[in-house]
Design a binder for this molecule. Structure first.
Ligand code: FES
Length: 268
């Protein structure tokens, strides 16, 4: 250890260490994995959102969550639950109404904040490793002060989860009859995971049980808070699982719509 002096930081003194970090373990591995994983997902999602094709399987009413609700002129009959009020312009995604809110929800999520502050902004990349930036202003100023919008994004995400649930329900059709295939299993698993992630949100936990002085006087809220707290303990895992289920669901529906392989049908 090469402690040489102390330096003043915001009125407090801390040890000034010449070495970049005293950690000898592979502290860089988790931020590196996060960087690769999130980058890969964002590239895939961006390509898919602006592909403007292979998003709906008409025969089985499978609609990918990346295009839901479908709102542009390109939306095929049966995929546009709210009509097609948006023009056919390549810069406008089919789900132009919901994607900004989903982006806001994920970008302001407490877990993702930690993940991208560490992996992309290196602020700091790991515990006991110095910040890559000289100054630290936290989330009290523009633009990071907008991280506080998370609670409102949570409300929007709840509504979008209802829409995704409806998409999964109406997909139990083959033509005009009841039908059931592997696509349904994938859509349902995705929607269950989306609900688990959304309800495990820290804002949701606070809405459920925050500011209560006596849980005993609010038994329903206490039960809900207990349930949400259990999910909340797995929030990081659910954040990653839902990235996986979203990409898998989208890829499977793209493959069916493009005719790369047929759906595995169990009924009809
Ligand atoms: Fe992650 Fe709310 S804290 S979604």
């Amino acid at each position: 250890m090469t402690t040489t002096a102390t330096r003043s930081d915001a009125g407090r003194s801390r040890a000034a260490i010449a070495a970049k970090t005293l950690r000898t373990d592979r502290w860089w591995l988790p931020p590196l994995i996060t960087f690769v994983g999130l980058s890969a997902w964002v590239i895939y999602a961006t390509v898919r959102v602006f592909m403007h094709k292979w998003f709906f399987v008409e025969q089985y009413h499978y609609l990918t969550p990346f295009y839901s609700p479908c709102l542009t002129d390109r939306c095929i009959d049966g995929s546009a639950m709210f009509g097609t009020p948006l023009p056919n312009f390549w810069l406008i995604p089919e789900a132009a109404l919901t994607l900004p809110f989903l982006l806001l929800f994920r970008m302001t999520c407490y877990y993702y904040r930690k993940a991208y502050y560490r992996a992309f902004w290196l602020s700091p990349p790991a515990c006991a490793v110095p910040d890559a930036h000289e100054k630290y202003t936290g989330e009290t100023r523009f633009p990071l002060v907008f991280q506080n919008l998370h609670r409102y994004a949570f409300y929007a995400a709840g509504i979008i989860s209802v829409i995704n649930t409806w998409d999964a329900v109406v997909a139990f059709r083959s033509g005009d009859e009841f039908g059931f295939g592997l696509g349904n299993v994938i859509l349902v698993v995705n929607v269950v995971m989306l609900w688990a992630y959304t309800l495990s949100c820290h804002s949701c936990r606070h809405i459920a049980g925050g500011r209560l002085k006596h849980f005993s006087k609010h038994p329903v809220r206490y039960r809900f808070w207990t349930f949400v707290s259990k999910l909340n303990a797995r929030h990081m895992m659910l954040a990653w699982v839902t990235l996986g289920t979203l990409a898998l669901t989208d890829f499977y529906i793209m493959a069916l719509a493009a005719g790369w392989w047929p759906d595995l049908r169990f009924i009809n």
